[in-house]
Design a protein around this ligand. Structure first.
Ligand code: SER
Ligand code: ZN
Length: 503
């Protein structure tokens, strides 16, 4: 694979006519190439010309892409020219930067990039030329990222239409359903819930709220407290910086609720807005658009990213490991668009998200204990028909990656918990409800947030407990009649509030 970088350096002034650039430049280039390309391929300064303060250089490499060599060259050249001729390198850019690289499979459709470029593909070999790459792009490694993006887009085209990865891990015995209707419909009939004032949200009246909180208590008392998880309370908005680090921003930009802020609190600035409201009794949308900022954050999408943010840049002492935390304060928001259905697929939901960090072996052991506790809850307390499966890891899905990590070894990855929903049809052919998951994510997030442990490797994982999903799974199988509910659950539920009576 060959790479060719043409760069233009702008010097702070012309060099004296006698300056021996013909000796200096090749020497500096050879050093820079030796340091960056080294023995990993052939690298060379294949051309150079000087035109007043413009120095044009071309570096080729059959090893690593040569932009690091260029950066090293610019640094050393600047030092030498400064010392010998009082001239510096003011800026540099690459009018053309060409690279060759392999693709997993030949693309089936055009691949686009949002920066000036030309892309040629022959079979599974791509040749990408970036045009007019600025200094920032050279320093910040845009080429390698553009290559990774092209490779990912080609891979995604290859995957299109293929099933998501799903491999059964365990199943509970079948259980005869006590109910066969859609529980949300039934709750609506009984006025337990009302479709919310904005899209995809629900208002839970006293009975439904009590049942949701019962689920929460079961999770905390049967799973989290016995395993030593400690509660944290985290903010409800995620910064863009967090989303950049986790990959969510590139993976799911169309699934966030974005947060805007008022540009000012000054009532004078809002006067026209206020007056329009008073006169028209409508929302002056255009006026409002001028008065708020573009989005500055998003509403919580999942809680674990903010937990990692809390730990970012810190070193955990061995005595605190494995660290076991959970948050139930932040409410999760996802823009579901067409996918909404009842209480099980909503734009706003309540979830407990336990997060754990520690050495890999500790996390694997903890996963077993979590699985045991969950099994106890679903078999003995809720008496559900449920199953688990290895699936495409959530962190690959959410950062827009494709494929399966570690499908064979099953150390890292996501296990989904699914419940049978009788109202959807036969258990063999209907879609079951994912009501919770459990993942070990390796060092993806500890690295992304620079979280270290006192000694050794630090991995992390999380296990989202979706309370609306637990509730829907339970009511779908057991119905809304208290007398039919399993004893274990009734013990936790205690006295269930009476339905509010509406006339
Ligand atoms: N972070 C996980 C998810 O978003 C929850 O555990 O699925
Ligand atoms: Zn998580």
């Amino acid at each position: 694979m060959e790479h060719r970088l043409e760069a233009d350096l702008t010097l702070s002034g012309p060099l004296p006519p006698t300056f021996p650039l013909g000796d200096l430049l090749p020497r500096v280039a050879t050093e820079a190439i030796a340091r960056t390309v080294g023995k990993r391929g052939e690298g060379r300064l294949s051309q150079w010309t000087l035109d007043g303060p413009k120095l044009h250089v071309t570096i080729e490499s059959t090893g690593p892409r040569p932009h690091q060599a260029l950066l090293a060259l610019v640094r050393r050249l600047g030092e030498e020219l400064g010392r010998e001729a009082k001239v510096g390198v003011r800026t540099f850019e690459a009018p053309r930067y060409r690279t060759e690289f392999p693709l997993d499979s030949a693309p089936t459709a055009a691949i686009t990039l949002p920066i000036p470029h030309q892309l040629l593909v022959e079979g599974t070999v791509a040749t990408l030329t970036l045009h007019g790459l600025p200094e920032e792009g050279l320093r910040d490694n845009w080429m390698d990222r553009a290559v990774a993006l092209v490779q990912e887009k080609a891979r995604r085209q290859g995957y299109r239409g293929k099933e998501q990865f799903w491999s059964l891990l365990s199943s509970s015995p079948p259980r005869e359903p006590l109910f066969r209707d859609d529980p949300t419909e039934e709750m609506l009939k009984r006025q337990w819930v009302r479709s919310g004032p904005t899209k995809g949200k629900w208002f839970l009246g006293p009975t439904a709220a009590h049942l949701l909180r019962t689920m929460e208590r079961i999770a905390v008392e049967e799973v989290l407290r016995p395993l030593g998880f400690q509660e944290v309370v985290q903010p409800h908005q995620d910064s863009f910086d967090i989303l950049l680090r986790t990959g969510h921003l590139e993976g799911l930009p169309g699934e966030f609720y974005y947060v805007a802020e008022p540009k000012t609190r000054d009532p004078a600035a809002w006067e026209r807005f206020t007056d329009l409201v008073k006169i028209t009794r409508q929302v002056p949308e255009e006026e409002l658009a001028h008065l708020v900022t573009p989005p500055t954050a998003v509403l919580c999408y999942a809680q674990c990213p903010t937990t990692y943010w809390w730990l970012s840049g810190r070193t955990l002492s061995s005595g605190s490991l494995p660290l076991k935390l959970f948050d139930r304060a932040a409410v999760s928001n996802r823009y579901e668009s067409g996918g909404r259905h009842g209480l099980e697929r909503v734009d706003e939901f309540h979830r407990i998200e336990p997060v754990f960090l520690g050495p890999p072996s500790d996390l694997v052991a903890l996963r077993e204990r979590l699985l045991e506790r969950y099994r106890h809850v679903f078999d003995d307390v809720l008496e559900l028909e449920w199953r688990t499966a290895w699936v495409t890891p959530f962190y690959m899905q959410q950062s827009g990656r494709v494929g399966v990590e570690d499908a064979e070894a099953r150390v890292k990855g996501t296990i989904d918990f699914e419940a049978y929903l009788p109202y959807r049809g036969p258990r063999e052919s209907s879609e079951w409800l994912e009501f919770q998951n459990l993942s070990i994510v390796g060092d993806k997030y500890t690295k992304a947030f620079s979280i270290k442990s006192q000694t050794g490797e630090l991995w992390s994982g999380c296990t989202g407990i979706g309370l609306e999903r637990w509730l829907t799974a339970f009511l779908s199988q057991k119905g809304l009649e208290e007398s039919a509910w399993p004893t274990g659950f009734r013990g936790y539920a205690g006295e269930v509030p009476k339905d509010v009576r509406f006339l």
